[in-house]
Design a protein. Sequence first.
Length: 222
Amino acid sequence: MQIHSELSTPFVTACGQLHSASTRDIKSKTLIYLRRTAGTTWIVKRGYVRLVYVDPSGRSLTRLLLGRGAMFGDFPFTPGFFLQNEQAIASGTSCVIQVARQELEKEAAASPSFKSLMLRTFSSQLQAYDRRMQWQLISPLRTRIATALYDLVCFSGGRCGHGHLVDVRLTHEEFSELVVATRPAVSEVLVDLKHEGIIDYTRSHLCLLNLDRLLSLSAAEH
């Protein structure tokens, strides 16, 4: 999930100027937190963060990928009943801003412009949550995979020689968690998409070759 730059850039800048803000550079696969901490909100400044839910049996599920401008941790102006057993992990080299939830709320109360910016950013994030829940719960696996791959375009590092190169670092296991399926089943679909000339991938990169075809697959079962 990537927030458009016209929202993410001013929001990240404003959050970085708050008194309680501290910036942290994080290496790939580094744990940002094991459990949500009351009173602490995080904002992605650079790179990507993977939110992982761990159920009582120990099974992990990738809930979301977050890009620049996204908030996570203890959200401002929200009740405290959201998932506590959630882990946040850097997906590739990243940078995050840690800020006190209370200061975000005070700044929003004191500054209408900051309040508007934060609410618009949060609204964009909630729309991504809602869209993910819809396709995750009702779509066949091939459609879920196509949609997830298409959504990764917003994280793209740009075009390579023959398609859109995605710079998010996800293992097959992590991608399988994202689409809520077993790794063998996901690998089978990825191989089919590669043979059909829709995507290309190696151990170190993912390239989307035919976005129109991928979007068509994504919409086929909705």
